[in-house]
Design a protein around this ligand. Structure first.
Ligand code: MTE
Length: 323
C-alpha cells in the first residue's frame, strides 16, 4: 500500500478533538441511549450530520457493539482509502461528487442456484438494519471506531442459494472512470477485487454495510454497499460492490496481486506478524491525541480484538505463512 511519510500529511488532515463521545454521554445521561431502535437517528441528529445525508429508518442496536467512543462523522468521511478516487486520504471525499450510487445492481453468479442481477432494494430491503460499532484497523497502522449500519452478510448470501461447491466468495467493485477519477490511472488493476472463505463470509460478524452514523453510506465510504470484516485489515472490506461470486477456488485479490510479498489472502489483523516495511504491533487511532503526527499509539489486538469470536476459523493454519 502506498503510505505517505509525515511531511506529506497536510495540516487539514490533522483531526480535531472528538466531540461525539461527549454528545453520546450527554444523550446517555438524558436517557436517549438505551431507547433502542431509534438510537442512530438521535445520535446522528445530535452530531450535526448535514441534512443532505439521508437517514436510514428502523435501525436496530446490536448488543455486541464496542463501548469505545466512535470517531466523528467528519473523521470517518474525510480520512479514507478508496483508490478509485485517488491515493490521498482526502481524495475520496473531495473527488467523489460525480459518483452516482443509485440506481445500483449487483450480479450474483458462480456456484449458486439463484444466479442473476439484482437491484439494491431486492438485496437489502428484506432485511432489518443493525447499527454495529466495530473497530477498523487499516494495514497502514491507523485505526478508527465506526458505527456502521448493515446486515449480516450471511443472511443475504443464504437467500442466493450457494451450492455445496461454494468454498469462497469473491467480490468486485464498480468500474466507472467517468465518475471515479482514480480509475483513469493504473494505480491498481481495476476492478478492485476481494475474497473470503465461505466460513469467513458466513461468520456472524461479517457485515454488508449500507450506512454509517444512521445515514446512507457516503460515496467515499463505499456507497451504496460495502463489506466490513472487522477482524481483518481494512483492505479486505471492499467498497461499492457490483458483483458477488461463489467460487470453488480461492479468488484473486487486488492487493495480494499488486504486492504478493506484502499482502496475503487472509490479512487477519495480527500484531505479531509485521508488514515487511513497518511494525504491526501498535496503531494510531485517528483523532486521538493532538493531531496525526503526535497521536499516542496503542497496542494492536490479535484479530483486531475479535479473537474470541473468530480464532477458531484458523485452527491449524500457520498465520505467519498465511498472512
Ligand atoms: N475498496 C475499494 N474498492 N478500493 C479501495 O481503495 N480501500 C480499502 C478498503 N476498501 C479500498 C476499498 C482500505 S485500504 C481500507 S483501510 C478501507 O477500505 C477504508 O475504509 P474507509 O475509507 O471507509 O475507512
Amino acid at each position: 500500500m502506498l503510505i505517505r511519510r509525515p511531511p506529506d500529511i497536510k495540516s487539514s488532515e490533522i483531526t480535531p478533538e472528538r466531540h461525539y463521545f461527549n454528545r453520546r454521554e450527554l444523550l446517555r445521561s438524558a436517557g436517549f441511549i438505551g431507547a433502542g431502535a431509534l438510537l442512530s437517528q438521535a445520535v446522528a441528529a445530535a452530531d450535526g450530520i448535514p441534512a443532505s445525508h439521508r437517514r436510514l429508518a428502523g435501525v436496530q442496536r446490536w448488543p455486541g457493539s464496542l463501548r469505545d467512543a466512535p470517531n466523528t462523522f467528519e473523521e470517518i468521511t474525510t480520512y479514507n482509502n478508496f483508490y478509485e478516487f485517488g491515493t490521498g486520504k482526502s481524495d475520496p471525499a473531495e473527488a467523489s461528487g460525480r459518483f452516482r450510487p443509485k440506481p445500483w445492481k449487483v450480479k450474483i453468479d458462480g456456484e449458486t442456484d439463484a444466479p442473476g442481477t439484482y437491484d439494491y432494494d431486492t438485496i437489502v430491503k428484506p432485511h432489518a438494519l443493525e447499527e454495529r460499532i466495530y473497530r477498523l484497523r487499516c494495514v497502514e497502522a491507523w485505526s478508527m471506531v465506526v458505527p456502521w449500519v448493515g446486515i449480516p452478510l450471511r443472511d443475504v448470501l443464504k437467500r442466493y442459494k450457494p451450492t455445496s461447491r461454494a468454498k469462497y466468495v469473491a467480490f468486485e467493485t464498480v468500474v466507472r472512470p467517468a465518475e471515479m477519477p482514480g480509475q483513469r490511472s493504473r494505480t491498481l488493476d481495476w476492478p478492485y477485487v476481494e475474497g473470503l472463505t465461505i466460513a469467513e463470509a458466513m461468520h456472524p460478524l461479517t457485515l454488508l454495510v449500507v450506512g454509517v452514523y444512521g445515514v446512507e453510506l457516503p460515496a467515499q465510504n463505499g456507497a451504496p454497499l460495502r463489506l466490513m470484516v472487522p477482524w481483518k485489515y481494512g483492505f479486505k472490506s471492499i467498497k461499492s460492490i457490483v458483483r458477488i461470486s461463489f467460487t470453488e477456488k480461492q479468488p484473486p485479490t487486488t492487493w495480494s496481486m499488486s504486492a504478493p510479498d506484502e499482502y496475503g489472502f487472509y490479512a487477519n489483523v495480527n500484531p505479531e506478524v509485521d508488514h515487511p516495511r513497518w511494525s504491526q504491533a501498535t496503531e494510531r487511532r485517528v483523532g486521538s491525541g493532538i493531531g496525526s503526527l503526535f497521536a499516542a499509539r496503542q497496542d494492536t489486538l490479535m484479530f483486531n480484538g475479535y479473537a474470541d469470536q473468530v480464532a477458531s476459523l484458523y485452527t491449524g493454519l500457520d498465520l505467519t505463512r498465511n498472512f
